[in-house]
Design a protein around this ligand. Structure first.
Ligand code: BDR
Ligand code: CA
Length: 304
């Protein structure tokens, strides 16, 4: 089994991704680490604990991440208009009974990388602050961590925050640039991929027929996320950003890849832009694998 840590800002598509990982026999989820993005970090932690409680997986630890960007900015972009004010479709669920571990997300990431050198993949579903902090905490982290699989960036397509930037990169572009240049083995899944992966109305109906606690829970969340896509993108369905990143961890051959170097613009009107160089020569010495298209049927819905 591939050992994974999911760094997440739940988030409706984060919830789908977490459940997909839990339902994937190919993966062993070592823990969840939380970040701001769809909600503030404290709520992300609460949501992560709640999601694990909802499906009886409180054996999985949750480590709380940074409340501020790597440069300590407290003015954050929070996407409650996409995911509801509670981040999980305005469900009004009770506070979780469980607590996060007494360790920061960055410390947890470093600890697990040391415990299992080269064997832990990180599935990063929010702004990359915790990973950048892990690099700061332990400069050898990039060599010790396995693959970092990032939902982030808009490669040759428009962003979803503004024409330049995708939300997770925009959330902390300085952290993203640290991660993209840290030397780790990186796989980035961008909007060029995830805008091809839509949970359709038919998929949603199929999910509604599933007799599993995972499916039942997800069906309760989806309304807000579908409304946002109908009104904002005029599509019947919803983009599966974060679940596609889990799919890249489970079965990388469902995607195709282009190798290159990524740097992130950190200021100005193109703040959060991911600049991709497929010559691997012009932006620095480091290379990464970029997931550049998705055509295969993922089979994700059947896993619930
Ligand atoms: C990303 O931003 C968040 O809203 C989603 O959860 C996803 O991680 C898409 O740009
Ligand atoms: Ca997310």
């Amino acid at each position: 089994k591939k050992k994974v840590i999911i760094d997440t800002d739940p988030g409706i598509d984060d919830a789908m991704a977490i459940f997909l990982a839990l339902r994937s026999p190919e993966l062993e989820v070592l823990g969840l680490t939380t970040t701001f993005g769809n909600v503030h970090t404290a709520l992300a932690t609460r949501n992560a604990l709640h999601l694990l409680e909802a499906v009886g997986r409180t054996d999985i630890p949750v480590a709380e991440g940074s409340h501020v960007t790597i440069k300590k900015a407290t003015k954050l972009r929070i996407a409650s208009f996409v995911h509801g004010s509670d981040g999980l479709g305005n469900q009004d669920f009770p506070p979780p009974a469980t607590k996060p571990v007494d360790q920061s997300a960055a410390a947890f990431l470093v600890e697990q990388a040391n415990l299992y050198p080269g064997q832990v993949s990180v599935v990063a579903l929010g702004p990359l602050t915790n990973l950048a902090l892990a690099v700061e905490l332990d400069p050898a982290f990039p060599e010790k961590i396995g693959q970092i699989i990032i939902l982030g960036g808009a490669y040759s397509v428009n962003g979803n925050v503004n024409p330049a930037a995708e939300a997770n990169i925009f959330g902390d572009p300085d952290a993203a640039d640290i991660v993209f240049t840290c030397g780790a083995d990186i796989l980035a899944v961008g909007l060029n991929v995830t805008h091809q992966v839509v949970l359709t109305d038919a998929d949603r109906e199929k999910l509604e027929q599933c007799d599993s606690k995972y499916a039942r829970y997800l069906c309760k969340l989806m309304g807000v996320y579908f409304d946002y896509h109908r009104d904002g993108y005029f599509i019947k369905g919803a983009y599966l950003h974060d679940p596609t990143t889990v799919i890249a961890a489970v079965n990388p051959s469902l995607l195709t890849y282009t190798e290159g170097v990524v740097r992130v613009q950190t200021v100005g009107i193109t703040k959060g832009l991911t600049v991709f160089d497929n010559t691997k020569k012009r932006l620095g010495p480091l290379s990464l694998c970029l997931s550049d298209s998705h055509v295969a049927e993922t089979g994700a819905v059947d896993r619930f």
